[in-house]
Write a new protein. Sequence first.
Length: 102
Amino acid sequence: MVSASPRVLVVDDYPQILRFIGICLRSNGYSVMTAASGREGLAVLVSGKPDAVLLDIRMPDMDGFEFLKKAGDLGDCPVVAYSATPEYAGRALSAGARAEHE
């Protein structure tokens, strides 16, 4: 029996970033779902049941902080949040992100 590829949801408002991350993940054996907004991402999170989420923090309709708060009510799917703004780390932790250390 062949096991299913891990499913990753990528949420980012830049199509080029969605495409780039999707290509990288697919070439490494992941099944990729994409969403171009936080609202769309929440819908895919519920319907697609991904194994993990890659989340942009800065998006216009619903930022990553609001997504984290709402996604926390939907289950315990791991989320990797990213931003070009390092100051957002503390806010992400307050919104429900967890810092994992080895």
